[in-house]
Design a protein around this ligand. Sequence first.
Ligand code: ADP
Ligand code: MG
Length: 325
Amino acid sequence: MSVATSTPQGAYQLIRGQTDPEAVIIAIGGGKGGIGKSFVSSSLAIFLANMGHETYLIDMDLGGANLHTTLGEGLPRVGINEFLTDSSLKLTDVAVNTQFPNLKLVAGSTEILETADINDFQRSRLMSSLYKLKTKYIILDLAAGSNNSTLDFFLAATHKVAVFTPEPSSIENAYRFLKAAFHRKIRRFENQLELGDIINELMTNRSKYNLRSPADLLRAILSREPEKGARLQMLMNELNFEIILNQVRSIKDADLGPSIQGVCTKYFGLPFSYLGHIDHDNAVWQALRKRKHLLIEYPHSRVYAQTMAIARRLMAAQMKKAVVL
Ligand SMILES: Nc1ncnc2c1ncn2[C@@H]1O[C@H](COP(=O)(O)OP(=O)(O)O)[C@@H](O)[C@H]1O
Ligand SMILES: [Mg+2]
């Protein structure tokens, strides 16, 4: 018996058919555009690189790429488009150095791709390249929306971070995005755990069984199939979504962070972590107008301190994870 199957956790890992990536992958998603995913991704990348860790920042916003601008860089001559269209290239071939030591950028595609989604071959090639990339951190700046590629890259990450803003439409979009991720994940386990028929039956008769949330679904599965349901719950618990609240304008706004975390935990029946909030500050876009990142232009701002605190919390969460494994 291999080590992987000798512990319950190893056995579940085998069920997932998943190996751990070489790097710590942090995916920044959230469903809606304009909420600050690129700002948050670039800020975290700058801090992690600044702490001395080799970091890759990757623009996954195919068709609407602008991460280089957010970072205060010119348009690199190569990027993800070249990687996707030339299978002889490695990710390291399309990464460029930035003004920040230790920080490499894989820029997005400036040409609008025919479809903002990528085909299955491209997706799995990109996924395995990310898993094999030998670096300390990879930050994925995800596109808006919840198409399958975006969900798969979000789910493949070590840290699955959803950005919210206090605006009701952003909150709604982020819930929808997380719910789509939840369902995509559960569908992946249903065959392995032979729960497909039960889940289909429950989902078709949602109103009859009064299943109003993902947590209700998990409970219903558990009551019908206690053993497999418990395994499923354990696997789903590993999702451990993390939340950042951006563009906070008041104390009342800031209070939304912990309450969103509470609502999510209850609604999904899964653990959620709250990484903290970032103020709305006009200096963010004022710095960008000067083609600089706020962290460089305004190192004494509250936003600087808040993003640094979030980067530290992520690193602390990572260390905890490493100890548990
Ligand atoms: N905390 C903030 N305070 C002020 N402006 C912000 C903040 N975060 C993001 N922005 C601005 O909001 C706009 C959208 O941010 P961006 O990071 O491009 O969002 P996304 O990647 O989610 O589409 C940009 O003009 C950016 O400068
Ligand atoms: Mg963006």
